[in-house]
Structure formats: structure tokens, C-alpha cells
Design a protein around this ligand. Structure first.
Ligand code: C2E
Ligand code: MG
Ligand code: MG
Ligand code: MG
Length: 287
């Protein structure tokens, strides 16, 4: 057939051939190119972190920030994490990338502290694949020791989907992290199907309401109901809530009326390069 290409799949072993349509072949090739470029980017320090402020709207102070990885490829320009994180996860590069991100965030925490900017809390995104490795806790502890970062100023964001039905081993891992002084946040909350009973068992300090529920506030009655229910449940469980993706005054007012005062979003600031975030802190000092 004309649009079927024979393609030797190295990963599948010798003498093993798989058939791809021409279109799948193009996509597989693009992915492989992206993977190789990403491998180089990690090895040659082409990645950077941006920091998005998290605001306590009661006081107007900065309660911390979220570290978000950025990749500026010399040939292709900036590539979005929404595009390369899945490639990193499929290829296993997420382990190296994740270590790089955590190390850089820890170094930045120390730099800001030494610059007299206070103990700025930095939240770091952790992929499910990182968290599920037996070595995860040891690797985090090693990076904390190596960089001298203060564990209480580092928060790990783990997605709700990564923590669906966690077994005893994963629960134990969460407790170990907390035992080392780190705090934990459940990211993208609302996109999975967490039950109340399960949330109670997790040693997490806060939930991050996924931006997809914030985007259409206050007009969308279903999103309004989900957010309102999440806030009251979180209050009952003694969890803090950070609303993500807050872009408008109307969204902010809706959240404030329901006692959700911790927010992150373009209404306050886009993610900023480290120097720009330091400038932000001078105007909005940490709590
Ligand atoms: P996330 O962890 O939910 O991060 C929030 C995303 O929302 C970020 O996108 C941020 O730039 C964006 N955002 C913040 N405020 C607003 C707003 O007001 N409106 C809108 N529309 N968007 C807003 P970004 O940086 O493109 O990252 C996308 C996702 O990629 C992240 O979602 C996270 O899942 C993943 N990611 C980013 N950095 C890392 C990393 O270092 N490690 C891992 N494992 N994943 C990462
Ligand atoms: Mg996050
Ligand atoms: Mg999120
Ligand atoms: Mg997300």
C-alpha cells in the first residue's frame, strides 16, 4: 500500500518490523527529533526555570511561586512544556529533566535567601513517573543536601492523577517526603475522581484547583459548583487551596467570596525569569 512504510523498530529488537502509515511515520520521526533535541538541551543546560508568583490576596503578599520549566531551542525557538513533557515522559528523559528542575529550583531558593529576599517557597512539578520510582525520595534528599536548600521552602506538586488509588508504598513515600520537611500539593485538582476518603489519607498541605475550573467562572454554573464544593471540602479537611489560572477580577471576586484567597494567574503575573521574580518580590514581599 502506497502510504504504508516499512520501518525497522529498533526498540522492538532485531528482525522485528512494524508497519506504520506514512502519517504515523512522520509523527514518530518528529517525536524522535524532539526527543534528541531535548536530550541535548538537558545535557547542555538549555533549559531554564520561570517562576510564577502565588499571592495571598488577603495581604497582597507573595506566599511563594511555582517553578515552570522553559526550553528555548536554538533552531525551533521556545517549545512549550505541554509539548515536551509528554515526550520526556515517554522516553524516560523525565527523570533527568525532573532532577535538573528540582536542583535548579533548590539553587534558586538558596540564591534568593542569600540575596536577602527571604525564604521564598518554591513549588516544583513532579511527574508521576518520577514519583513512582523507588529511588525518588533518596534523589530528592540528595538534591536538598547538595544544594543546601531549606526543605520547608520546597513544595512538591504531584498531580491528582498520579495519586489515584495509591498503594501503601506510595502513601509511605509521601509520608517520608513530609518527614524530610517538604510540603506536598495536589496539582490539577478536580480533573481526576478523588474521593473524600482518599484525600483524608494523603499527607498533603494543599490542593491546586485546576485552571480549567477557574477559566469560566463565575458564569459557568457547573464549574462554580465544582469550585464551591472543593473549597468547602478542603476547609473541612483542613487543606489550603490555591486557585490556578486566575485571569480576571470577576474570577478573583468569586473566589474571595468563598474564602479562597490564595491565587496564581495572569491577573497577578505571568511566570517570570528569576531576576524579574526578584524584582516582583521587592514590590510584593513574601509573607
Ligand atoms: P501546571 O503545573 O498546572 O502549571 C500551570 C500552567 O498554567 C503553566 O503552564 C502556567 O504558565 C499556566 N498559567 C498560569 N497562570 C495562567 C493563567 O492565568 N491563564 C492560563 N491560561 N494559564 C496560566 P506551562 O508553564 O505551559 O506548563 C504547563 C504544564 O507543564 C504544567 O501545568 C505542568 O503540568 C507541566 N510542567 C511545567 N513545568 C514542569 C516541570 O518542571 N516538570 C514537570 N513534570 N511538569 C512541568
Ligand atoms: Mg503545577
Ligand atoms: Mg496545575
Ligand atoms: Mg496542568
Amino acid at each position: 500500500h502506497a502510504d504504508t512504510a516499512m520501518y525497522g523498530a529498533k526498540a522492538a529488537g532485531r528482525n522485528n518490523f512494524q508497519f506504520f502509515t506514512a502519517d504515523m511515520n512522520v509523527r514518530a520521526t518528529e517525536r524522535l527529533l524532539l526527543e534528541n533535541a531535548l536530550r541535548r538541551a538537558i545535557a547542555t543546560d538549555q533549559l531554564s526555570l520561570h517562576y510564577q508568583p502565588q499571592i495571598d490576596t488577603r495581604s497582597g503578599r507573595t506566599m511563594g511561586c511555582e517553578a515552570l520549566v522553559r526550553w528555548n531551542d536554538p533552531a525551533q525557538g521556545p517549545i512549550s512544556p505541554a509539548r515536551f513533557i509528554p515526550v520526556a515522559e515517554d522516553s524516560g528523559l523525565i527523570i533527568q529533566l525532573g532532577d535538573w528542575v528540582l536542583r535548579e529550583a533548590c539553587r534558586q531558593q538558596v540564591r534568593w535567601s542569600q540575596a536577602g529576599l527571604g525564604e521564598v517557597c518554591i513549588a516544583v512539578n513532579i511527574s508521576a513517573l518520577q514519583f513512582r520510582r523507588a529511588e525518588f525520595v533518596d534523589s530528592v534528599v540528595a538534591i536538598l543536601q547538595e544544594t543546601g536548600a531549606s526543605p520547608s521552602a520546597i513544595e512538591l506538586e504531584i498531580t491528582e492523577s498520579a495519586l489515584m488509588q495509591p498503594g501503601e508504598q506510595l502513601l509511605e513515600r509521601l509520608h517520608q517526603l513530609v518527614g524530610h520537611g517538604l510540603s506536598l500539593a495536589l496539582d490539577d485538582f478536580g480533573t481526576g475522581y478523588s474521593s473524600l476518603a482518599y484525600l483524608k489519607r494523603l499527607p498533603i498541605a494543599r490542593l491546586k484547583v485546576d485552571q480549567s475550573f477557574v477559566a469560566d467562572l463565575p458564569g459557568d454554573p457547573e464549574d462554580a459548583a465544582v469550585v464551591t464544593a472543593t473549597l468547602s471540602m478542603a476547609r473541612d479537611l483542613g487543606l489550603e487551596v490555591v486557585a490556578e489560572g486566575v485571569e480576571t477580577q470577576q474570577q478573583r471576586a468569586f473566589l474571595c467570596e468563598r474564602q479562597c484567597t490564595l491565587m496564581q494567574g495572569y491577573l497577578f503575573s505571568r511566570p517570570l525569569a528569576a531576576d524579574d521574580f526578584a524584582g516582583w518580590l521587592k514590590v510584593h514581599p513574601p509573607a
